[in-house]
Design a binder for this molecule. Structure first.
Ligand code: KIV
Ligand code: ZN
Length: 515
């Protein structure tokens, strides 16, 4: 049997994923995701866009300094200052990559960049050379490639390969292409660009028409050997191609795809949950691979078939992607060792011993309130602990709410900020409104509340409630989360979390503004 080519899996959850409105992540949250991506053997982790803010620079640097087994990449526009900042952040990486890009389609060059094609070409070559002076591994992207003139695409590709780029990426930036067309572009490029054999051709597909995974797979069938993707398909607008769908399609349809990935798919469900709880973007129940219903069979006919012969209706095994059959996790009598072991099974790690100790104390408190602790409870609890450890976090210390028929609900809350406790109280139209009004009396954030939603973490009335709060201010959108068996406490935590995040300075968007 002929050996298969390796398909490079390039994860951009921490960069393009973070460009989803509201999905911003702290550097510690990014590190937790990066460590799990490393454990899954993802080849390249795009950790951020270093020049966009001090926070993004710090996150790229922290991940580059910590992760050993995956290559760490920073995005940069085709500008010297961006490239140098990316190089600086990647200095400590055991394997690093600078990913530089410029738009190449007529519409982007004329209206966004206001540049002539020859100037774009010269800038692309210059950017790749500058990056190669700093690092050995350089990727170049032709932004909006799927709407770029083919001859121009060939000219740029040939030139940047000559300048030293080792991976050339052809993004379907606006999710416009269709599988047959996109596959044909990659095929034609590989057969036209004279030095195509000296670089890996990569694809990066957005999901505006729901075709991101289909387009990426069509490109793979036509010779692309890197796919850029995100966990849960997170990403700008409708998102990017989903890592879990790509990896499992390639594994399940070995007969169709001439490639294999090195990804350990057994961590897919844990990382999906981690990304969802950190960003506050829930996974829809019917989402392929990681949705709650992805392996659930309700109709009697299906169940009967499955019981007789699993493969009648199942093309993959739930356990292969990390769904656990025994969801009951721990109870009141479980000790530190059992707690640590279960977290390990769930791929949950801590950035410090103090965080672990705090999580264990919270677990004991939860076990006093709730007889059975499920995996989902542990995940919610751990996210909650980790949110509270962010720098300059606004922390909930105490909350008292009075709700009585015929009277306006009243909330009294104690908030800790930089080691000092502040007590405030207020009334409101409802209990949650009273809590948020009290917090606002102290913080005066001038934000607009866009979304307030509560989800039960598990089943039953003793379930923890997970609250998501979305706030907007000056065009920025931030999601905050909080979990607790009392949804009023969860609401206060979620609001304080969103305020903690919105107080951090915003980031520069890589694809807006001229170069
Ligand atoms: O969608 C896109 O074109 C991008 C590039 C910056 C790679 O995200
Ligand atoms: Zn993108």
């Amino acid at each position: 049997m002929a050996t298969k080519d390796k398909l490079v899996i390039f994860d951009t959850t921490l960069r393009d994923g973070e460009q989803s409105p509201g999905a911003s992540m702290s550097k510690d949250e990014k590190l937790r995701i990066a460590k799990l991506l490393e454990k899954m053997h993802v080849d390249v982790i795009e950790a951020g866009f270093a020049v966009s803010s001090q926070g993004d620079f710090d996150a790229v640097k922290l991940i580059a300094d910590t992760v050993q087994d995956s290559r760490i990449c920073s995005l940069s526009r085709a500008m010297t200052a961006d490239i140098e900042r990316a190089g600086e952040a990647l200095k400590g990486a055991s394997a690093g990559r600078i990913h530089t890009f410029i738009a190449t389609s007529p519409i982007h060059m004329k209206y966004k960049l206001q540049m002539e094609p020859d100037d774009v070409l010269a800038q692309a070559i210059g950017a790749v050379k500058t990056a190669r002076d700093l690092i050995d591994d350089v990727e170049f992207s032709l932004e909006d490639a799927s709407r770029t003139d083919f001859e121009f695409m060939c000219r740029i590709t040939e030139a940047v390969i000559k300048a030293g780029a080792k991976t050339i990426n052809f993004p379907d930036t606006v999710g416009y292409s269709a599988p047959g067309e996109y596959g044909a572009i990659i095929h034609r490029l590989l057969n036209t660009v004279p030095n195509a054999d000296q670089a890996i051709f990569s694809v990066h597909c957005h999901n505006d028409l729901g075709l991101a995974v289909a387009n990426s797979l069509a490109a793979v069938q036509n010779g692309a050997r890197q796919v850029e993707c995100t966990i849960n398909g997170l990403g700008e607008r409708a998102g990017n191609a989903s890592l879990e769908e790509l990896v499992m399609a390639i594994r399940t349809r070995k007969d169709l795809y001439p490639v294999e990935t090195g990804v350990d798919h057994s961590h897919i469900v844990p990382i999906s949950r981690l990304v969802s709880s950190i960003t506050g973007f829930p996974v829809q129940p019917n989402k392929a691979i990681v949705g709650a219903n992805a392996f659930a069979h309700e109709s009697g006919i299906h169940q009967d078939g499955i019981l007789k012969m699993r493969e009648t209706y199942e093309i993959m095994k739930a356990e292969d992607v990390g769904w656990t059959t025994n969801k009951l996790s721990l109870g009141k009598l479980s000790g530190r060792a059992a707690f640590a072991a279960r977290l390990e099974d769930l791929d949950i790690s801590f950035n410090s011993k103090e965080d672990f100790n705090q999580a264990f104390r919270r677990f004991k408190d939860l076990a006093d309130k709730k007889r059975e602790i499920f995996d989902e409870d542990l995940q919610a609890l751990v996210s909650d602990v980790q949110m509270g450890t962010e720098e300059d976090a606004l922390l909930l210390v105490d909350l008292e709410v009075l709700s009585k028929s015929g009277q306006l609900p009243h909330a009294k809350i104690v908030i800790r900020y930089q080691g000092q406790d502040h007590e405030v109280e207020s009334t409101g139209d409802g209990a949650v409104d009273a809590i948020f009004n009290a917090i606002e009396k102290l913080i005066k954030s001038e934000t607009e509340l866009q979304v307030y939603s509560v989800n039960a973490v598990t089943q039953g009335t003793d379930s923890q409630g997970e609250v998501t709060v979305r706030l907007a201010k000056d065009g920025r959108i931030i999601n905050g989360q909080g979990a607790d068996t009392d949804i009023l406490f969860a609401s206060a935590k979620a609001y304080l979390h969103a305020l903690t995040l919105i107080r951090n300075p915003g980031r520069l968007h890589p694809q807006l503004g001229g170069v």
